[in-house]
Design a protein around this ligand. Structure first.
Ligand code: BES
Ligand code: MN
Ligand code: ZN
Length: 513
């Protein structure tokens, strides 16, 4: 896995500031209210820092943005990066400040003058997450960033927020690495073996192979992988926190290691991006890793269907009819609508085996969600308003864009088949909603369910605040927070999962099957 930046905290040593080499980042609310470390830096630079902080340009910076003093007189350091950060800045600004520092950071050692502790965990997360660089597939020696040190008057108080920031960043890195890996390397077998490594953190991991999937009757999942030389697999990850005897929350991920479209072959332009079609499974892996790393009290199971969608002499054809584990038959009109076939069987299996208090699936499911929402927001579909609202709140708190989409019987009707129980496509209009309707047919009556169509947010074409161009890790932080909100004991409440405590909401009768 891509390594985290070496980040530690230490008590300030102001006497050593002048001779400190490398880069120094300092957080300034403005020309007033400089902390003791910033004041010392200002004195050493003979007032340059305060002049910078009082400048018009500095006043125009948004929270978390920075200006630089290069080769400042009075310091051995090669640069001072002055980051504008108002007092009591919000989470997003703290993370942005950390990310700004990461963008300036290179091979030289970095010193961050933190002054106070509140928000330091978010700043550290921004720094760690933005320092990500996927370079394992380059032959050149990786550019190792220099070590980073956070100076704080109370380094002890930083230990816990720093550990949490590291756990979060490592989860993001796992997800991003999986998404960034090409499909000749990240085969279904390689994916499964990377998931088995989660055992080292105390996660129970099982790999179900094709013969077992056949015995379980997973004709939809197996049909997708039929044309590939990579064996189809279902990986089950269980994290049993203190609430291990409670019904779990189930996270289900689409893990299409490469999606050519199958016999309904995609056009070549941009097909290489379909290495990211296992993004849902990668987020599930990241969330499970994070829950384990921070020893979450919750009981969460992660299930991912790992498969490759290829055309070949053995591949499934348009018009084939497959039988799902649930027993419903599906006429495969378009072999490129494969994600829903994968999820149908994995969703059903998850509910049959674990009777979860809530089911949450993630999938790079449709191009149509990109048409609808672009790359700013994932599509959120749910049969349970409380669950959807809790998720939307969690996503907002983590800065991960998410937007609720409708369900309804009218959309569901489009799936009617002449010869089978349903078709796997229902026309172009409202394609993301019709795909969600298909999934809902594999959700038991009354089971709280959330479907996240992440096709637009999984891979970024340009740098984002917390990630360079490429895999974003969208969803890891929001889902971790959702689990905390749903299923972790808080001092004022019982540990019972919230979704189970409430009587399960009946799906809207207008919402189709
Ligand atoms: N993996 C794709 C969806 C996708 C598209 C993800 C673009 C990321 C970026 C999915 O399997 C797919 O091919 N969906 C089809 C469905 C259609 C055939 C009903 C699509 O969206 O075109
Ligand atoms: Mn497809
Ligand atoms: Zn796909």
């Amino acid at each position: 896995m891509t390594q985290l930046l070496d980040l530690t905290s230490a008590a300030p040593d102001l006497e050593a500031l002048a001779t400190r080499e490398g880069r120094i980042a300092v957080l300034l609310p403005g020309p007033e209210g400089l902390g003791p470390m910033a004041r010392r830096l200002d004195r050493l630079t003979r007032g340059a820092l305060r002049r910078l902080a009082g400048s018009e340009a500095f006043a125009k910076l948004k929270p978390g943005e920075a200006m630089e003093l290069a080769f400042p007189a009075g310091l051995a350091a090669e640069a001072v990066q002055a980051v504008r950060l108002p007092r009591r800045a919000d989470t997003a600004s703290q993370r942005k400040a950390g990310a700004t520092i990461a963008r300036g950071h290179g091979a030289a050692p970095l010193l961050v003058l933190l002054e106070t502790v509140p928000g330091a965990g978010d700043l550290a997360l921004g720094l760690l997450a933005r320092a990500y660089d996927f370079s394992v597939r380059k032959s050149a020696e990786p550019k190792v960033p220099g070590p980073a040190t956070l100076w704080s008057a109370d380094p002890e108080a930083l230990a816990q927020p720093l550990a949490l920031a590291r756990a979060r960043a490592e989860a993001l890195f796992l997800t991003r690495d999986l998404v960034n890996e090409p499909a000749n390397i990240l085969t279904t077998t390689e994916f499964a073996s990377r998931l088995l490594e989660l055992r080292n953190l105390g996660v129970e991991v099982e790999v179900l192979e094709e013969d077992q999937l056949g015995q379980l009757g997973m004709g939809a999942l197996l049909g997708v992988g039929q044309g590939s030389d990579s064996p189809t697999k279902l990986v089950v990850m269980q994290w049993k926190g203190q609430a291990g005897d409670q019904p779990p929350v189930a996270l289900v991920g689409k893990g299409v290691c490469f999606d050519t479209g199958g016999i309904s072959l995609k056009s070549p332009g941009g097909m290489e991006e379909m290495t990211m079609d296992m993004g849902g499974a990668a987020v599930v892996a990241g969330v499970i890793r994070l829950l384990a790393a921070r020893r979450s009290a919750a009981h969460v199971v992660g299930l991912v269907g790992l498969v490759e969608n290829m055309p070949s002499g053995r591949a499934q054809r348009p018009g084939d009819v497959v039988t799902t584990m649930k027993g419903d038959t599906v006429e495969v009109i378009n072999t490129d609508a494969e994600g829903r076939l994968v999820l149908a069987d994995v969703l059903w299996y998850a509910q049959q085996r674990f009777a979860p208090s809530a089911v949450i699936d993630l999938a790079t499911l449709t191009g149509a969600i990109i048409v609808a929402l672009g790359t700013e927001n994932a599509g959120v579909f749910s049969n349970d308003d409380a669950l959807a609202d809790t998720f939307l709140k969690a996503a907002r708190a983590e800065g991960e864009g998410a937007w609720r989409m409708p369900l309804g019987a009218g959309y569901d009707e489009k799936l009617k088949s002449r010869i089978a129980d349903m078709m796997n496509v229902g026309g172009r209009d409202g394609g993301a909603i019709i795909a969600a309707q298909f999934l809902q047919r594999f959700i038991a009556e009354g089971r709280p369910w959330l479907h996240l169509d992440i096709a637009g947010v999984t891979l970024a074409k340009a740098d984002t605040v917390l990630a360079p161009k490429g895999a974003t890790g969208w969803g890891v932080l929001a889902l971790d927070r959702l689990i905390r909100d749903l299923a972790e004991a808080r001092p004022d409440s019982t540990p019972a999962p919230r979704a189970a405590r409430r009587p399960a909401a009946r799906p809207d009768p207008a919402a189709g099957a």
